[in-house]
Write a protein that binds this ligand. Structure first.
Ligand code: FAD
Ligand code: UDP
Length: 398
């Protein structure tokens, strides 16, 4: 493998069987799978100065391992995905736990049995808990919007509390919309837990990659048939039109894997796909530990949504210093240099996406895959699954 900066002046796309746009999970998994399985020669073009996409991590000036684009915890129900990534790393089994700061009281999120007692007091909390168990069963996950529909005065009280104190302000900050306005799948990611489990994810396979995510990507892309070119915006050499892909001014016959936003490929000519962005503020503190959990969500106060303390997530041992991250959500303005972190899911936005997709769906060698290119709220495992499916499809055709 070679990782280089910029495209060489004599870059010749026809020497490659596949051009991959983006060195995140989507692009890197497809590149590696097809280099391995079909001996394809791959050029990966990445406009950032590093690999790993939004999962990129690095040591900051204080020596703390940080996630530059926000906290990333691997979790999946899909053993195929876990096994695939374990070829390039070892996941340490870390289980993420989150506390919500509700008017100064810290309680587990997802809101669970413990949270109920902290919110309503021991006795009342137990009574309400029994009611929840009678209604939904024990160790069940209930979406907040579902809980709000429960036709029971006591459960209504719980629903109102959770809606107001866990979801409303956080969601307003994150999306600029109320929980009723955002797609139900979004708040459904963090259900109410009728039980004692205080883990953020219940997936059987979880953990942090030993040595970090960037190392995982270095190994994944370390293949004699893969060349990575950093600091290269693919649009400077690649375009799509008239039912074909053109690279370096010539029609390209190889496979093209595109993992960026689809609207950018067409100069946003149908309108911009809406996204939310984040202003990520890192702070180095000269103390061993800042907070009692890796992530604390500020659900009733502050302009940021959450504070993550990386050492508590990565298990890194380093005394006297710690790095925290505050996430300030903001509107995404295309062309402003911001990162399009979250697709804003709605019927209207999906249909705009579909109109862009229709323009490329007839091009047999062009494949849009990943969180941006599919305009989905994918976690890492969802992207890897989608990329592995695409690699299967392409492998069959070759
Ligand atoms: P990306 O990682 O965005 O990679 C796409 C790459 O393509 C980028 O590097 C981009 O620079 C490049 N690119 C785009 N256009 C071009 C172009 N024209 N030319 C060249 N290169 C281009 N998932 C989890 O499972 N667990 C978590 O805890 C978690 N936390 C998250 C926290 C935050 C704040 C965010 C925003 C996401 C989180 N995710 C998490 C989701 C995870 O980041 C994504 O699912 C995953 O990184 C997406 O991979 P991808 O390859 O689809 O996209
Ligand atoms: N959410 C909330 N309060 C919380 C946690 C989550 O209101 O304490 C809502 C919010 O709308 C958020 C969504 O649930 O955007 C999904 O949360 P998750 O933690 O999965 O978001 P991500 O880690 O992807 O930013």
């Amino acid at each position: 493998m070679a990782i280089k900066h910029d495209l060489p002046v004599d870059f010749d796309a026809s020497r490659y069987d596949m051009i991959v746009v983006g060195a995140g999970y989507a692009g890197s998994v497809v590149a590696r799978s097809l280099a391995d399985r079909r001996g394809m020669r791959v050029a990966v073009l990445e406009r950032r100065p590093h690999i790993a996409g939004n999962a990129y991590d690095l040591l900051d000036d204080a020596g703390v391992l940080i996630h530059l684009y926000g906290p990333h915890i691997f979790h999946t129900y899909d053993q195929r995905v876990f096994d695939y990534l374990e070829r390039f790393t070892h996941f340490d089994g870390y289980q993420h736990r989150v506390l919500a700061n509700v008017h100064g009281t810290l309680m587990p999120v997802p809101f669970n049995h413990t949270s109920l007692k902290l919110a309503f007091g021991q006795e009342r909390g137990e009574r309400l808990y029994r009611r929840l168990v009678e209604t939904f069963g024990e160790n069940k996950k209930v979406r907040i919007l579902q809980l709000r529909e429960a036709n029971d005065p006591e459960l209504e009280e719980v629903a109102d509390y959770v809606y107001e104190n866990i979801f409303l302000h956080y969601t307003l900050k994150q999306w600029g919309q109320t929980p009723d306005q955002v797609d139900p799948s979004v708040t459904g990611r963090v259900p109410v837990m009728v039980g004692d489990d205080d883990r953020y994810f219940q997936s059987p396979w979880q953990g942090m990659p030993q040595g970090g995510y960037t190392k995982l990507f270095e190994r994944m892309l370390d293949h004699e048939l893969i060349d990575v070119f950093l600091d290269v915006d693919a649009r400077s050499v690649l375009s799509v039109g008239d039912g074909r892909v053109v690279v370096g001014g010539k029609p390209y016959e190889g496979e093209v894997i595109y993992t960026g936003p689809l609207d950018e490929l067409f100069g946003l000519d149908l309108g911009a796909l809406p996204y939310r962005s984040l202003d990520l503020k890192f702070e180095t503190l000269h103390q061993d530990q800042f907070q009692p959990a890796a992530t604390v969500n500020y659900t009733t106060s502050e302009d940021f949504t959450r504070i993550t303390e990386f050492k508590l997530m990565t298990g890194q041992k380093i005394d006297g210093v710690t790095t925290i991250l505050k996430e300030y959500p903001q509107a995404y303005v295309p062309g402003s240099g911001q990162t399009p972190y979250y697709a804003i899911l709605s019927d209207e936005n999906r249909s705009l996406y579909q109109r862009y997709l229709d323009r490329v769906s007839g091009i047999a060698n062009f494949h849009a895959v990943g969180r941006l290119a599919e305009y989905r709220y994918y976690d890492m495992d969802g992207v890897v699954a989608s990329a592995l499916d695409l690699a299967d499809e392409i492998a069959k055709a070759h």
